[in-house]
Design a protein around this ligand. Structure first.
Ligand code: FAD
Length: 399
């Protein structure tokens, strides 16, 4: 008789895992609490489905913290393997200017999701939608509730793919955490990642900068530096230049109740070059306007400089170029997890074997955003899900 694999959750990890499992060997069943599969995967596709990144393995791995947990599985299923696999199932991809990988024009996120679901149907995997996992019984069988009743599900292997705690509206609400705590599996509280950070903007400033972006800047917290773009909001600051700094910002906020963000408005020009440009300033003309024109500063950058430097500094070209290269903003708190792109916290990586099995509960495995690791946006989150799923599927297929 075939052994039974029970997959809990029907998101990115679960679907890819199911596609890879050998159903000539196993009976596979997916239990998802929503009425539909892959809701967060579809949300991820809203602004363009960034499936992975095209950079070299070494650079790729450096994006994960910690990257040690991920290295072994990534060498078996890398970004290149993922792109090839997608191509094989009819999802052609292209590399964008930033190195990010997307489905080609005309292939929508729902098409990618449906391609995965089609494979699952072909493999005759059982789908139980509207089935919410509510905990373990005393023998560690799984308890579910559906609209009508509660049921106990037994199996030979149990794979938990219930996601993290960001965007709970998609179903990934992190409610599972306490159930693992109850049976002695170490967990860590959830925190937002790839999220907004609060700045107490002066009121007269926020009305003028809300919704504006800072492009082609560098952003630094501690030793971590990131080039990119940030959006200024009523709450604070967020965007592609800020998200990769999330671990450093979170640490500073947790340790010191604030984090110092240093912005360089002109990362490609040295202080000397900037100062040289400012020698053209004429006393007879408007000083701010000349600074803005000579250094090609946007009105938003100029407003920030005026607000966060004294008149003496702003009027002194030597001190002004220092401020342009090192404008300091204080980040006060992490934005709401409900609006964050991802979360950290969840199952402690120390509790897992190299193939993602819970050391204290054999034949029970955890993958994806349920685990306490961090990765920036840029395709690194989805790639990690597919890498872990593929690695685990190979392990199970070889049992
Ligand atoms: C706005 C946004 C944009 C994003 N953009 C990108 C991007 O461009 N590129 C990228 O790489 N990543 C992106 N991500 C992140 C990516 O979507 C996630 O990292 C990934 O989906 C996590 O996969 P997962 O399988 O671990 O969890 P999920 O995809 O969250 O799936 C978990 C599933 O488990 C189900 N579930 C939860 N609890 C239970 C329960 N008790 N019983 C049964 N089922 C349960 C949930 O309903 C859900 O369907 C984005 C995320 C967001 C929110």
């Amino acid at each position: 008789m075939k052994k039974k694999i029970v997959i809990v959750g029907g998101g990115s990890c679960a679907l890819f895992l199911a596609c890879q499992l050998d159903t000539t060997k196993y009976n596979v069943a997916i239990y998802e609490k929503n009425a539909t599969l892959g809701r967060k995967f579809l949300v991820a596709g809203d602004g363009g489905l960034n499936l992975t990144h095209s950079e070299s393995s070494d650079d790729f791995l450096k994006k994960y913290s910690p990257h040690s947990f991920f290295k072994k599985s990534f060498t078996k299923f890398s970004n290149e393997n993922f792109i090839n696999w997608l191509n094989k199932i009819g999802i052609e991809t292209y590399i964008g200017s930033s190195g990010r990988v997307f489905p080609v024009k005309g292939i929508k996120p729902i098409d990618v999701l449906n391609a995965l679901i089609n494979i699952i149907h072909q493999k005759e995997i059982n789908l139980f939608k509207k089935h919410e996992w509510i905990g373990f019984d005393s023998a560690h069988s799984l308890l579910f509730k559906n609209q009508k009743n509660n049921l106990t599900v037994k199996g030979d292997f149990f794979i938990y793919c219930m996601g993290g705690a960001s965007w709970p509206v998609t179903g990934s609400d992190g409610d599972w955490l306490t159930k693992f705590d109850k049976i002695g599996i170490p967990t860590l509280p959830f925190e937002a990642s790839n999220c907004a950070f609060k700045i107490n903007w002066p009121i007269e400033l926020i009305n003028r900068i809300e919704g504006k972006s800072l492009k082609n800047c560098s952003f630094k917290v501690g030793k971590k530096l990131q080039l990119g773009e940030a959006i200024l909001t009523r709450f604070g600051i967020e965007g592609g230049g800020i998200y990769p700094l999330s671990p450093s910002i979170r640490k500073e906020i947790n340790d010191f109740k604030k984090a110092e963000l240093i912005i360089d408005f002109k990362p490609n020009l040295s202080e000397e070059v900037l100062l040289k440009k400012l020698t053209a300033i004429k006393k007879s003309k408007n000083y701010s306007q000349q600074v803005s024109t000579l250094l090609n500063l946007t009105p938003t950058q100029l407003l920030l400089l005026k607000c966060y430097t004294s008149k003496e500094v702003f009027k002194n070209p030597k001190l002004l170029v220092i401020a342009i290269k090192k404008l300091k903003l204080e980040l006060k708190e992490t934005g709401p997890i409900d609006e964050a792109i991802s979360s950290v916290g969840g199952i402690d990586l120390k509790t897992l074997s190299p193939h993602f099995e819970l050391q204290s509960l054999s034949n029970h495995f955890v993958i994806g955003e349920m685990l306490n690791y961090d990765a920036p946006t840029g395709g690194y989150l989805l790639q990690s899900c597919f890498t872990m799923s593929s690695y685990l599927a190979n392990y199970l297929n070889s049992q």
